[in-house]
Design a protein around this ligand. Structure first.
Ligand SMILES: Cc1ncc(COP(=O)(O)O)c(C=O)c1O
Length: 461
């Protein structure tokens, strides 16, 4: 995208449209409002995770099939949320349904080893070019265990991360996330800021953020940490950022990070909870050709069943093999999740499925960019396989700072409402992106593009 003289967006108009669209949504979701009034008595804010909450009430959903999801009020939406990327297979994929049904009848949980875990580990080893794997139940568990293993491997405590990245809800990484912190300090010395209460200051101080796409700033921060005798155990990062929209790595950046971490004996962890499976069978490792020391997976791995995985080198996982690090969990390698993961990797996410995602994503990116150009609208589109977003931005976003500077958060909120009211479900929040599923069709893309054009036309009218 070329830097453009930003067209002025009339914020009053955005607020006026937001009010109109909110009212329209409320008129069509009375059953969600009714459920919420009952739910909040016993279910905190009416939801099971803060990320499901919404003002003035959450929308409740009942069913998903193929590319569609159904609300309790009977609206059928094209699902571009897809459970934050878990459902790249689409809902109730026949192969996954049959696999789960068959596995259910034979027992769902033993707390013991099953053959499917071996098959899944072998396939992940091939795809992500790391030989040794363990399974967990979520992305947070994967990043938490990976960091503990990296700390034991190096004998160091400090964790380095990217400012604005989200890696789950445990203390080690609930620091300097995508939230709005105001002043975050100079680029070479960003602050470590907690994401909400209850995180011990000692843990916050141990987690050091650096900018994405800036290996030189990382080097300078590492030099400072070395002088303080605080060289990190690990650098945890997404190979492409997926929690401030989608931000791709600049050419040479991941290679530079790989070289620096190798030179300083820092374990490089790719958090592929969002990029894994969704951008390629081997995620960012395959897409960008850089092999880290560890990989974390979750979301799309088991086609909608809770699961996660940690991959690493032989050397690193030797610590787990000989019990110097306890990597444990009652539900780890759960038979149902492992059966779904096996079917997902072997039978569902085929080369044809990825080709279909490429086709749909190319359409979305091309058509949304054409609309931005047609209306001289300050925005541009980023897409990678099943993932993508329209950045409502007056300049190119390459990291958290440019995201905060250029992105129009009010427009993102309005876009969510426009989409919902026109049959498209997006993940909420200005930092989220779309996930296409392999069951999406041209008709779903048509819906998205039509809603987007109406938004842009109305905002610029
Ligand atoms: C990049 C990344 N890592 C880790 C997580 C945490 O995963 P989970 O919510 O399954 O614990 C998320 C969740 O959104 C994520 O986006």
């Amino acid at each position: 995208m070329k830097e453009q003289a930003p067209r002025e967006i009339d914020q009053d108009r955005v607020h006026e449209l937001t009010q109109r669209e909110e009212q329209r949504l409320e008129e069509h979701t009375p059953e969600s409002a009714r459920l919420y009034r009952a739910a909040k008595e016993n279910l905190v804010a009416g939801v099971s995770s803060g990320y499901q909450a919404r003002e003035p009430y959450p929308i409740y959903f009942t069913e998903g099939y193929g590319s569609k999801i159904l609300t309790v009020d009977g609206q059928e939406l094209s699902d571009f949320h897809n459970a934050y990327g878990c459902m790249v297979q689409g809902h109730a994929h026949p192969v996954i349904v049959a696999t789960i049904r068959e596995r259910c009848a034979k027992g769902t949980q033993f707390g013991l080893a099953t053959p499917d875990a071996i098959t899944v580990a072998r396939r992940l080893a091939d795809n992500f070019k790391l030989p040794k794997w363990r399974f967990v139940n979520s992305g947070s568990e994967a990043t938490m265990d990976a960091i503990r293993i990296a700390r034991a491997f190096t004998g160091r405590d400090t964790v380095m991360k990217i400012f604005g990245s989200y890696h789950g809800h445990h203390d080690y990484v609930m620091v300097s996330t995508p939230m709005n912190y105001g002043d975050i300090g100079p680029r070479d010395d960003y602050i470590s800021a907690p994401f909400g209460g209850g995180i011990p200051q000692a843990v916050v101080d141990m987690t050091v953020p650096v900018p994405f796409n800036d290996a030189e700033a990382m080097e300078r921060r590492l030099a400072k940490l070395a002088r303080e005798d605080r060289t990190p155990a690990c650098m945890i990062m997404e190979p492409a950022m997926m929690n401030i929209g989608v931000v791709l790595p600049e050419p040479g950046y991941l290679e530079a990070v790989r070289e620096i971490t190798k030179r300083l004996g820092i374990v490089l962890i790719f958090d592929e909870v969002k990029t894994g499976i969704c951008t390629a069978p081997g995620g960012g490792v395959e897409r960008f050709g850089v092999v880290p020391d560890m990989v974390c997976l979750a979301k799309a791995l088991a086609a909608g069943l809770p699961s996660g995985a940690i991959g690493a080198t032989d050397e690193i996982m030797a610590l787990v093999e000989d019990w110097r690090v306890y990597q444990v969990g009652t539900y780890n390698g759960n038979p149902l999740s492992m059966a779904a993961a096996r079917a997902n990797l072997e039978e569902v996410m085929t080369p044809d499925a990825y080709a279909h995602l490429d086709y749909l994503n190319d359409r979305l990116v091309g058509e949304c960019d054409a609309i931005c150009a047609k209306y001289d609208f300050p925005g541009y589109t980023v897409g990678i396989r099943s993932k993508g977003c329209v950045d409502f931005a007056t300049g190119r976003i390459t990291d958290y700072e440019s995201f905060q500077k250029y992105q129009n958060g009010d427009l993102s909120e309005l876009a969510w409402l426009y989409n919902f009211n026109r049959g498209v479900l997006m993940a909420p929040g200005r930092e989220e992106e779309w996930t296409l599923s392999i069951q999406h069709a041209d008709e779903d893309v048509d819906r998205y593009v039509a809603a987007f054009e109406e938004l842009v036309r109305d905002v610029t009218a």
